[in-house]
Write a protein that binds this ligand. Structure first.
Ligand SMILES: [Zn+2]
Length: 190
């Protein structure tokens, strides 16, 4: 039987979806792409299908992920992104040779230069990170309110008041914690 790996979190923003493959950074961290094979799975799921991945490519991916996390976190709190993070993001973006193509159904798809070019896929992720960190896209970078998470996410809500990186996990946990606290209070009041 294949080993069980933690599920991926889905999201509409590629770059923060990617940084979300390591969650609970300030608690008990969960690595969702622990092996090259899991990175392949994640890329396939996000429209960047590659057929293989080496350990070195996985390490490059982790490096890019943590650089995006660092740069996005700095931007969310109004700081300049660390130079080392900017360097990694730019290097990955430059190394990528993916091309955007239009499908007959008018969807955009990414065409990688070869099926094993993880670098092309990472280039797309890096470019996506650049578009949200530079502020060119409609939305605002913010940090998750969960103290064990603090993930950077891209808030596209009208009021820009979203508090959690993910409603199904961090948001839900917070709601449950509040519910339990209220229950306890109700019990002591009885
Ligand atoms: Zn969170």
């Amino acid at each position: 039987m294949p080993a069980e790996y933690p599920d991926f979190r889905l999201g509409s923003v590629l770059a923060t979806c990617f940084t979300g493959t390591l969650s609970e950074r300030h608690g008990e961290a969960v690595e969702r792409i622990p092996t090259p094979h899991r990175l392949v799975d994640w890329l396939v799921l996000n429209g960047l299908a590659v057929d293989s991945c080496t350990t070195a490519q996985l390490e490059r991916a982790w490096d890019l992920r943590e650089s995006i996390h660092a740069a996005a976190t700095a931007t969310a709190i109004g700081d300049a992104p660390p130079a080392s993070a900017v360097h990694v993001i730019n290097r990955c973006s430059i190394a990528g040779r993916a091309a955007a193509v239009l499908t007959p159904e008018s969807n955009r798809e990414w065409l990688l230069s070869s099926a094993s070019r993880v670098e092309d896929a990472l280039g797309v992720v890096a470019a996506d990170a650049i578009s949200i960190i530079s502020g060119e896209r409609d939305g605002k970078l913010a940090l998750c309110a969960s103290p064990t998470c603090r993930a950077a996410f891209f808030d596209t809500s009208q009021s820009r008041t979203r508090r959690w990186c993910d409603m199904n996990t961090c948001g839900n946990r917070q709601k449950k914690a509040r519910f339990n606290a209220n229950q306890r209070k109700a019990r002591t009041a009885e």
